[in-house]
Design a protein around this ligand. Structure first.
Ligand code: GLC
Length: 413
């Protein structure tokens, strides 16, 4: 099957682990109507100020977040150190706009890292290149004040070179003061006349700084430096096949939400179903990628019960099926009807999306199958192979009690 293009950062663990937790948390948890609320509603700093003034996540319990992530089978975590609103979860010496200056009064980022590391998960930072709070960040087409009648006046005196220096200082802090960081997730570039890209960020400089401070770190592809990215990050959509860049397969990770927005959204009713959640994970691994599944903690610092339920869907399925995910990748065999295949060496896993009556057929597999069993209970699955090389697996009439049952095939080498 595909060998992805080699990476500068260490993606060995990443390609094995396959499943991570994304955490979007910031002041936007208070309005609870999308992390882009400042932008969407074109709120001024003054209108946004109450969320800073009243930020006090009294029920912040990162150990519980980490416990839920670990139980769900997630192996790494990426958290927003700063999102587009500009608010910092750590005690950065380069800004006052940070958790330590809110009623909460304490660092949050280090606590989250401690909790996840103590459960053996790898850790990463999301860092927003965009900043709708910083006084030197120009008011461009994506800025919350883009339609301000005095836009030109607002831009007077703004100096992106100062903002570039600010970002470097913050990235240095993040990659120096918090121990080993496995991933840095920059977000995002929109090059063009009224947009921002590599020169506005000094993307080369950020990349060099990141790799110098953390030689193994994985850097995503949103710095607008396509050829030096370690991972490619299709967002809120499910690739149908292995992601390729310039005709070359690459290491990739799709990021997805449970309900639509990334930050906590109280009134969203678009929560994905259990079947969809499992299929998103399986689809991703069966096409050679990783899934970064997002949660948005509330203003109080909790995962609400809908998020806990969704994580529970993964917990229950992964408890029985995680071996068809970890260490697995796309298979060169053709998937049977309504199935997805993953493979790990001589182990092939057939994930059954629509449970058929009696038989599952795998074409062109010849005499390669030595033994077959269900993953959920280890029970044998009988099979025959015809002259054309199609294997017919004999299934029980009743679908096992699993959202997506999996048959494990031991192949002869
Ligand atoms: C985006 C959005 C955003 C989210 C993210 C996750 O481009 O700006 O709010 O953080 O990507 O992929």
């Amino acid at each position: 099957m595909y060998q992805p293009k080699p990476t500068k950062g260490n993606t060995d663990w990443f390609r094995h682990d396959r499943f991570g937790m994304f955490i979007h948390w910031g002041l936007y948890a208070l309005p609870a109507r999308h992390e882009w609320v400042k932008n969407r509603e074109e709120l001024t700093d003054e209108q946004y100020a109450p969320y800073f003034k009243y930020f006090n996540p009294k029920r912040f319990n990162p150990d519980h977040w980490a416990e839920l992530a670990q139980a769900a089978g997630m192996k790494y975590m990426v958290i927003t150190s700063k999102h587009h609103e500009g608010f910092c979860l750590w005690d950065s010496q380069y800004t006052d706009y940070k958790a330590t200056n809110t009623p909460w009064g304490k660092d949050l980022l280090g606590e989250v890292l401690r909790a996840f590391r103590s459960r053996g998960l790898k850790v990463g930072f999301y860092y927003s290149l965009i900043d709708w709070h910083h006084p030197d960040f120009t008011v461009d087409m994506r800025h919350s004040q883009r339609n301000h009648p005095e836009r030109a006046a607002l831009n007077q005196g703004r100096d992106m070179s100062k903002y570039r220096a600010y970002m470097k200082n913050q990235v240095r802090e993040l990659l120096t003061n918090f121990g080993k960081i496995d991933v840095i997730w920059y977000d995002f570039s929109y090059p063009g006349p009224d947009g921002k890209g590599r020169d506005d960020w000094d993307s080369e400089g950020l990349e060099t700084l990141s790799r110098t401070l953390q030689p193994e770190i994985i850097i995503n592809n949103r710095l607008d430096l396509p050829s030096s990215a370690d991972i490619y990050t299709p967002e809120q959509f499910q690739p149908r096949e292995w992601v390729q860049v310039d005709g070359q397969p690459v290491v990739w990770e799709t990021c997805q939400t449970f309900s639509g927005s990334w930050g906590y959204h109280r009134d969203e009713a678009t929560w994905k179903s259990p079947g969809q959640l499992i299929r998103m994970l399986v689809n991703t691994v069966s096409t050679g990628g990783n899934l970064l599944m997002n949660v948005g903690p509330t203003a109080l610092g909790e995962l609400d019960s809908r998020a806990e339920d969704a994580l529970g869907v993964y917990r229950d399925w992964m408890a029985q099926h995680s071996e068809s995910i970890y260490g697995c990748t796309a298979s060169a065999f053709t998937a049977p009807q309504d199935c997805r295949l993953t493979q790990n060496g001589e182990l092939l896993y057939a994930h059954i999306y629509a449970y058929p009556f009696r038989h599952l057929h795998i074409d062109d597999i010849g005499d390669r199958i030595e033994y077959a069993e269900f993953l959920h209970d280890g029970s044998e699955v009988h099979f025959t192979v015809d002259e054309a090389g199609t294997a017919s697996l004999q299934l029980p009439v009743l679908q096992p009690r699993s959202e997506v049952p999996v048959i494990k095939l031991y192949l002869k080498s």
